[in-house]
Design a binder for this molecule. Structure first.
Ligand SMILES: *Cc1c(COP(=O)(O)O)cnc(C)c1O
Length: 397
């Protein structure tokens, strides 16, 4: 007897509302429910399953590490963590890495670093500027920096001295910057609130303004990182280098791990005792993430992201032509949003998609979000699009 979704309502905190379908195993860009029915995975666990399900290299990495050493804490270091940090440093602007377990924790470390750097320069240099509709996680600090008040409501009192400006608005950012600002934080593509890319000129101006005001430029790449946009990190696409970058989601390909990347000079502010995490840099997570990076850095995988991007965008254009359920498509690599036509909701398409055997995400009520595994094959993509066509027919009525 398999356990039922109804159990959720009796023993779990009701902060989520999962579907009745329970996945039990996966293979490539496909997973199977308790009844053996298969679903094409266009969501990848919210841009997490970078290499799909049960990828042989990741299975091998975790199995090998599981037989050696699971955990030692940060009282000692470990080989997988050292190797993973070396890889991240070798392939990014960063010179130093701090490991943690999630996106919120990576941002928490970034924001604490910014506050500490600012306060040590000049007491009172601690204002954080962030974007309306930004999303940075669910801890108290990260919901406060995040630009969606609904996530912070009724959790007051909140951390203070945080100012929100409209995303992609150069004039508003110029007006908000000043000598008391310690950091400006931005997602290169706003993920949760609708797959909205930043303008290159906006990020460029943010770089100039933060440098001029001696503030840190923090890129939240929790969703855009680890190959998702066709580059290891999206800052490489935009050609704008931050001082601090947070990553998580796809880094472990499904194993919980996050990281904050920064420069050597800034990292010196976090001396022993200033910050930490018991699990951060855990050998299992670092071994898996090391294997994820090895795959993501292969030119063939990056070429697949570009080819599947073209296939997905062409498929969505054809569906748009035939059904008119969305009006435009935006995003980079395999992080794509379809902006729904007036009166259409992402929730109804996600539900119809599950019925038809394809799993998609919403990003806000009006954007249907696609974040398939980066190694999804041409055939898997075509099959998922065919199932989406069935869902579109149902929704169109
Ligand atoms: C998902 C996400 C987070 C939070 O990550 P968690 O692992 O859920 O804490 C932060 N920032 C961005 C941009 C995200 O997409």
């Amino acid at each position: 007897m398999s356990i039922s979704r109804d159990v959720f309502d009796t023993v779990m905190v009701p902060n989520y509302a999962p579907s009745a379908i329970i996945p039990v195993r996966g293979e490539g860009a496909r997973w199977f429910d308790q009844n053996g029915r298969d679903y094409l995975d266009f969501a990848a666990g919210i841009a997490v399953n970078t290499l799909g399900h049960a990828h042989p290299a990741l299975v091998a990495a975790i199995t090998e590490q599981a037989q050696k050493l699971w955990h030692v804490s940060n009282v000692l270091t470990n080989e997988p963590a050292l190797k993973l940090a070396q890889k991240l440093v070798a392939n990014t602007f960063a010179e130093r890495v701090f490991f943690c377990n999630s996106g919120a924790e990576a941002n928490e470390a970034a924001f604490k670093l910014a506050r500490r750097v600012g306060n040590l320069k000049d007491p009172g240099k601690n204002r954080i500027v962030a974007c309306i509709n930004g999303f940075h996680g669910r801890t108290l600090f990260t919901v406060s920096v995040g630009g969606q008040p609904k996530y912070a409501q009724s959790f007051e009192p909140l951390p203070g001295n945080i100012e929100h400006v409209p995303f992609n608005d150069v004039a508003a950012l110029e007006a908000a910057m000043g000598p008391d600002v310690c950091a400006f934080v931005v997602e290169p593509i706003q993920g949760e609130s609708g797959v909205m890319p930043a303008a290159q000129a906006y990020l460029q101006r943010a770089r100039e303004l933060t440098t001029r005001h001696d503030a840190l430029l923090i890129f939240d790449e929790v969703q855009t990182g680890n190959g998702r946009t066709g580059h290891l990190y999206a800052y490489q696409h935009f050609g704008v280098v931050p001082d601090v970058l947070s990553t998580a989601k796809g880094l472990g390909g499904g194993f919980p791990i996050g990281a904050m990347l920064t420069t050597d000079a800034l990292a010196q502010t976090l001396q022993p005792g200033t910050h930490g995490s018991t699990y951060g840099g855990n050998p299992l997570g670092c071994a898996v993430a090391g294997a994820v990076l090895d795959e993501v850095l292969k030119p063939a995988l990056q070429a697949n992201v570009q080819a599947r991007h073209r296939q997905l965008v062409a498929g969505l254009a054809s569906l748009q032509h035939d059904f008119g359920l969305w009006t435009s498509v935006r995003g980079l690599g395999l992080l794509i949003g379809a902006v729904l036509a007036p009166g259409r909701t992402a929730a109804s398409l996600v539900a119809a998609g599950l019925e038809a055997g394809v799993w998609m995400l919403q990003a806000g009520p009006e954007v249907l979000r696609f974040a398939p595994p980066l190694n999804i094959t041409e055939a898997e993509m075509a099959e998922g699009l065919a199932r989406l066509r069935v869902a579109c027919k149902v929704v169109q009525g």
